[in-house]
Design a protein around this ligand. Structure first.
Ligand code: G4P
Length: 536
């Protein structure tokens, strides 16, 4: 019998098996929000899509907030949970645009897989590449959705090649578009060899289109889709059969091949196949590596009945009426229940996880139980830092979260010199929360530190919180560096480009700051015996 505190092994295994925790990664405007919304439409959470209002002003997290407000869906500031065809889906929020920050990268550590959305006219764009690199680093399996096929786009074969060349991963077409732009009418499902022909409804993309499944030779050449388009399609399909990468589930799970789907999130053409594939192919929560105090490594399986989780994101509430900070944790094993007592590995003491909640716009609702793959938010009054492990058993900690190469750098100093202590104290806490990275000049340690970030918003939040919580107004002097790398090798023999600067990070590791990517490439070329790493 299961009580609120326990669950049977079979029940826990079932909960694990029926969970998909994933993130959608893309460059801004490729269609991440639209696709997320369509997932809600197809899961039955919403009856019509298109409710987010004009997206022109507000993006990402705020879009989610309006989804929640308008539809009453439970969304924490970090993940959205709902059911799709009997699977419990957790979609992690990976803010882009002006909200892009180190949090966006760290959130990916909580994902078991990702959907990478590409704009069919643009292919791989900068932010997609960076986010994909972070996934590759951890071997997270990625599915690719080539979006906006209802608009004139690029050659599909060329896009597949671009994925391979730029991202260094094999691509395997799971389906193939029938026409493009105005002639886009459906997809050919390669596994079954059948064509899915869509008809737009009068409601446009707000509801599901009608779909007719026919054999390849029954695809009608009509309207914009001509006889020669049909012949070209047949040739492409043949070519794929002969020369395309075969799909291997095993290689996909290892992150070596990405299955590619074509479609249009706006009209819903081709969205269901990728959602279904996510449920059928994408992995459920799997064992996570952890370190024991003696330095040996163990794996914590999600089916382990003892609860464990780690903190991957911290969010301060900027609203003065709710001046608190929430630590977001991903559950890695066992079952969470209300008021569970757990061990906090770093602090070496027991704590009670009271009142985890979904952070709502207008109200907060508490969660009674949660399982591996789920995200819970807990009020943090200083006891949590990014990467902390909490567990019922204690005695181990999950692998530390990687640091990601910052691209923005500034020297920070108090406006009032007498406030140095406040600044140091504030920086210590905010750095523990992962708000920014802190660097010191390699030679000149006594000076004010540099703050480093991957997104401008991180600096804005830092200054706001230093003033608000630590009563110190600060100056940020921007520094002329745009890229960085951790240096491995002998510092004395490192040939530093003239304008580059060597710093020390929070772990005393040398990091080199470069004025641009070209300078970094030069440093890599000139220092074959050194390693310049994007992650540490
Ligand atoms: P993002 O979250 O990745 O930033 O992208 P988002 O979904 O907000 O989409 C960016 C723009 O692209 C939106 O237009 C959206 O409607 C449009 N879009 C998304 N998917 C498709 C598609 O499959 N086909 C076409 N033709 N357009 C698509 P917008 O003008 O910025 O907003 P809206 O006024 O249309 O809502």
């Amino acid at each position: 019998m299961s009580s609120p505190e326990t669950t049977s092994p079979a029940n826990l295994a079932q909960e694990v098996k029926s969970r998909r925790t994933f993130a959608i990664i893309s460059h801004p405007d490729a269609g991440k929000t639209t696709l997320t919304e369509k997932l809600l439409l197809y899961s039955g959470m919403i009856r019509t899509a298109g409710m987010v209002g004009s997206r022109k002003n507000k993006k990402a997290a705020s879009d989610w907030m309006s989804m929640e407000q308008e539809r009453g869906i439970s969304i924490t500031a970090s993940a959205m949970q709902f059911t799709y065809k009997d699977i419990t889906v957790n979609v992690l929020d990976t803010p882009g645009h002006q909200d892009f920050s180190e949090d966006t990268y760290r959130t990916l550590t909580a994902a078991d897989s990702v959907i990478m959305v590409l704009d069919g006219a643009k292919g791989i764009e900068l932010q997609t590449r960076k986010l994909f690199e972070a996934c590759k680093l951890r071997g997270i399996p990625a599915m690719t959705f080539v979006n906006k096929w209802d608009l004139p786009g690029r050659d599909p074969l060329e896009l597949m090649e671009e994925v391979e060349e730029i991202l260094g991963i094999h691509s395997s077409a799971m389906n193939w578009p029938i026409g493009n732009g105005r002639s886009f009418k459906g997809i050919v499902d390669r596994a079954s060899g059948k064509a899915h022909l869509y008809t737009r409804t009068s409601a446009g993309g707000a509801t599901r289109p009608d779909v007719e499944i026919v054999d390849l030779d029954q695809i009608p050449a009509e309207g914009e889709f001509t006889e020669s388009d049909l012949n070209a399609l047949k040739e492409e399909i043949e070519l794929l059969e002969e020369a395309g990468n075969p799909f291997s589930e095993e290689e996909f799970l290892k992150g070596k091949v990405t299955p590619v789907f074509f479609g249009s999130a706006a009209t819903n053409f081709g969205v269901e196949p990728i959602f279904d594939a996510l449920m059928n192919l994408a992995p459920c929560p799997s064992p996570r590596p952890a370190d024991l105090p003696d330095g040996s490594e163990i794996e914590i399986a999600p089916e382990d009945e003892k609860f464990s989780a780690y903190v991957f994101k911290m969010q301060a509430n900027m609203n003065p009426r709710h001046r608190d900070c929430v630590a977001f944790m991903r559950i890695n094993s066992g079952k969470y229940y209300k008021d569970i007592n757990v061990k906090h590995d770093r602090l070496g003491r027991k704590i009670r996880l009271a009142r985890p909640h979904s952070l709502m716009v207008s109200e907060r609702s508490t969660i009674d139980e949660a399982f591996p793959g789920d995200i819970i938010g807990v009020i943090n009054s200083g006891q949590f830092a990014i990467g902390d492990t909490i567990s019922a058993k204690g005695g181990f900690k999950f692998k530390p979260l990687p640091f990601f190469q910052p691209e923005l750098f500034a020297r920070i100093r108090p406006k009032d010199m007498g406030k140095r202590k406040n600044l140091d104290k504030g920086l210590e806490q905010l750095v523990a929360e992962g708000a920014v990275q802190l660097l010191w000049d390699w030679e000149d340690l006594g000076n004010y530190p540099y703050v480093a970030a991957v997104g401008r918003l991180q600096f804005e939040v830092l200054q706001f919180r230093l003033e608000d919580e630590y009563k110190v107004l600060t100056h940020l002097d921007n520094m002329p560096y745009e890229s960085s790398a951790w240096l491995e090798g002998d510092l004395d023999t490192f040939e530093k480009p003239f304008n580059a600067r060597v710093c020390r990070d929070q772990q005393d590791r040398p990091m080199v700051l470069f004025t641009d990517d070209w300078e970094k490439k030069l440093a890599i070329k000139n220092n074959p015996d050194h390693q310049l790493l994007d992650y540490a």
